[in-house]
Design a protein around this ligand. Structure first.
Ligand SMILES: *Cc1c(COP(=O)(O)O)cnc(C)c1O
Length: 378
């Protein structure tokens, strides 16, 4: 047991297996785009906007180039720019903060709730001032932020919310999709997300018709008409090939998310009795889509290494918090850096992709048990 050997291998992601499971449909969809030659805009892009907004119960969905552009376009649509501050969290993928800086605003990083890894409404309220132009809660790991509490503060102060839902396809808050909360939500369809394209893709979702019009223009050269440009925008359209692929994959999203939930159940049952591991906490309001299943352990690096030798691939999301990134010297840091760094040294994402079978989940559980048993014997 303590002499480590690999009995099986558990990949963190298995995009190949996912593709093979729907190969004929994907191949047909790609073939159809090639045949019709509608490479930009066209029916697949429109169908995806319709399909995804219907799935979410949202008014409007505008396909864009990727999840980072989606955030930047959302902020521009709200007229966030130089002189403004945007409040977000310090434990997110760099893109959240890149978008704030790209529009000329200053990111203000506030403390999170360390049980849910999401924006803490108390710290949010304390960080709001006259310069605050927007709030970006991040539904990290697919865990919804406490939107009622955040919304109450935002409404009281008259500040719009842009939710970064790049990891939250299918996540519900109090029974409704997370995109039902806030002014705008943004999605990424990067290949590894719960709904992933075969390349870069993203979407901006809103219920506000005025914002939808602005977002559509901003993502397409500020166009009001083909050669009439109302505002200075950019070229960030959802690609037709990616839209065609996403139309197929969207039909499987709920099934895939359900499979993630089954794996999570096996992890929760199998790991509950290990004292040295903190499991994800799910608040009563939350129905996460389990983009990541993140545990915490003091000896994280050693555990990660042990699992790797056992053939279990794991991840760290994210190892370096935003305030410690060399590129971010001018961010306003209003959070406890030391606590954040400690957390980043403890978190470990276990594989939770829908292509895993039960035996793989059991193998991950057994391997973690073995690691702690071996440690005690040393
Ligand atoms: C993936 C991701 C993004 C960026 O999406 P891209 O499509 O890769 O540009 C933004 N925010 C979060 C939290 C993400 O996980």
């Amino acid at each position: 047991m303590c002499g480590v050997s690999t009995l099986t291998s558990v990949p963190f992601l298995n995009l190949k297996k996912q593709y093979l499971s729907i190969r004929s449909e994907i191949d047909q969809a790609i073939h159809d785009v090639l045949e019709t030659c509608n490479y930009v805009k066209g029916k697949d892009v429109a169908a995806f906007a319709k399909g995804f907004s219907e799935y979410l119960g949202a008014g409007y969905c505008i396909g864009v180039g990727n999840g980072t552009d989606a955030l930047e376009i959302a902020l521009k649509a709200l007229n966030v720019g130089p002189g403004d501050e945007v409040i977000t969290v310090p434990n997110t993928f760099i893109a959240t903060v890149e978008a704030i800086i790209a529009v000329g605003a200053v990111p203000v990083l506030v403390d999170i709730d360390y049980d849910t890894y999401t924006l803490d409404p108390v710290h949010l309220e304390a960080a709001i001032n006259d310069k605050t132009a927007a709030i970006i809660p991040v539904h990290l790991y697919g865990m919804p932020c406490d939107m009622d509490a955040i919304n109450e503060i935002a409404v009281k102060k008259g500040i719009p919310i842009v939710c970064d839902a790049a990891q939250a396809h299918g996540t519900r808050y109090r029974g409704k999709h997370v995109s039902c909360y806030g002014s705008i939500s943004t999605y990424s369809f990067y290949p590894g997300k719960n709904l992933g394209a075969c390349g870069d893709a993203g979407a901006v979702v809103t219920d506000d018709p005025g914002l939808a019009t602005r977002i559509r223009m901003l993502a397409d050269h500020g166009r009001q008409d083909k050669y009439l440009h109302q505002v200075i925008g950019s070229n960030s359209r959802l690609d037709s090939l990616q839209a065609a692929i996403l139309n197929i994959k969207l039909q499987y999203l709920e099934t895939w998310n359900d499979r993630r939930k089954e794996i999570v159940k096996l992890y929760n049952q199998g790991l509950a009795d290990i004292d040295n591991v903190t499991l994800p906490l799910v608040p009563e309001y939350a129905e996460p889509c389990w983009h990541q299943y993140v545990i915490r352990a003091d000896t994280r690096d050693e555990l990660k290494n042990y699992l790797s030798k056992r053939g279990v691939e794991t991840g760290i999301h994210y190892p370096v918090p935003i305030p410690e990134q060399p590129a971010l010297k001018n961010a306003v840091v209003r959070c406890d850096r030391a606590r954040l760094v400690t957390m980043c040294n403890q978190i470990l994402s276990l594989p939770v992709c829908p292509e895993m079978d039960d035996s793989m989940a059991h193998y991950v559980v057994d391997s973690i048990h073995d690691y702690f048993k071996c440690r005690m014997e040393q």
